[in-house]
Ligand binder design. Structure first.
Ligand SMILES: Nc1ncnc2c1ncn2[C@@H]1O[C@H](COP(=O)(O)OP(=O)(O)O)[C@@H](O)[C@H]1O
Ligand SMILES: [Mg+2]
Length: 306
């Protein structure tokens, strides 16, 4: 059974005080996450990744669509059962600085989720704190410190430890390592992977960085302007991307790394690429098992390809 199944998810934000302006930022997303699977959501800034992540983590409300968690339609559950399901789906954010209360010592923040969810402590507090720190490879000397006394990498480990303390079945990581050095980010990914192999949790990994996704994900959904334009296993996408936007993203992995003069103009082209167009909706076509793409005929007719 799927751990998470999302059907036709839509989100409209309204802004403006006098004249309400409505912007549809998710225009019908379907997604599946299985146990033990790492699924990436990729796309440039503004395409709706964080909006989707926050809806799936129950932080903001969807406008419409169906979210089925472990076989249960989340719109049909009673209020009392909601909290139990919410506990199973935990989110990690890009900036750990803003995820922790700066006035609280780490020892307090570490146990906060357990206390909020009224979970019993199976040991004395110090022991529980040490167990959690061990999982994220930190020493007990951080307990007496405040967030500003830790590095970004250490803070992100604390955020992971807080998430682990609730034993979630799904972890949604939104640009979790984007603000960190490559080596620090890699060790944090290892810690996340370790939790996954111990618990069989599903990981939804939101990122704009395909080079990281190539390393850690099993499958990916490539998003453009609020919809999925291509989805597939990492192998299918890297060997045989079909949609022009997916191709651009994949080709530009190397470009980003070298940062030559031509690469900057290419990145500039990409920056314009998805802001000016709106892909005409059409069904995702099956390319092969585990690989789907939005209809190219419609796509080519309606927009200018750079
Ligand atoms: N609370 C909000 N109110 C209005 N518009 C929003 C809000 N949050 C995000 N948006 C808009 O929705 C779009 C998608 O944003 P977001 O989901 O953060 O994208 P991503 O994470 O892919 O960069 C953007 O155009 C953004 O400006
Ligand atoms: Mg985002």
């Amino acid at each position: 059974m799927n751990l998470l199944e999302v059907n036709d998810l839509r989100k409209t934000y309204s802004s403006g005080f006098f004249s309400k302006k409505e912007t549809e930022v998710l225009t019908g997303v379907d997604l599946v996450l299985k146990q033990n699977e790492t699924v990436a959501i990729v796309g440039k800034s503004g395409c709706g990744k964080s909006t989707m992540a926050k809806i799936l983590a129950f932080i903001i409300e969807k406008t419409s669509g169906q979210i089925i968690y472990d076989g249960i339609d989340t719109s049909k559950i009673e209020k009392a059962d909601k909290k139990a399901i919410h506990k199973q789906i935990q989110m990690i954010f890009q900036n750990p600085q803003t995820s922790l209360n700066p006035r609280n010592k780490i020892k307090f923040s570490l146990l906060e989720p357990i206390k909020i969810h009224n979970m019993p402590l199976n040991n004395d507090e110090y022991k529980v704190q040490c167990e959690l720190l061990e999982r994220v490879r930190l020493r007990d000397e951080v307990l007496e410190r405040y967030p500003h006394e830790l590095s970004g990498g250490q803070l992100q480990r604390i955020c992971l430890a807080r998430v682990f303390s609730l034993n979630p079945k799904i972890i949604i990581a939104d640009e979790m390592i984007s603000m960190l050095d490559v080596s620090v980010g890699a060790s944090i990914l290892n810690i996340l992977k370790e939790y996954q192999s111990e618990t069989g949790a599903g990981v939804l990994f939101v990122s704009h960085d395909l080079s990281v996704i190539k390393e850690i994900a099993d499958r990916a959904y490539i998003m453009l302007n609020g919809e999925v334009v291509e989805e597939g296993t990492i192998k299918a996408l890297f060997d045989n991307a079909i949609h022009p936007y997916s191709k651009e993203l994949i080709e530009n992995i190397d470009v980003k790394l070298t940062r030559s003069a031509t690469s900057f103009s290419k990145l500039h082209e990409m920056a314009n690429y998805d802001s000016e167009i709106r892909v005409k909706s059409s069904e995702l076509k099956v390319v092969s098992k585990d690989h789907k793409v939005r209809d190219l005929e419609v796509y080519r007719k309606d927009i200018k390809i750079l």
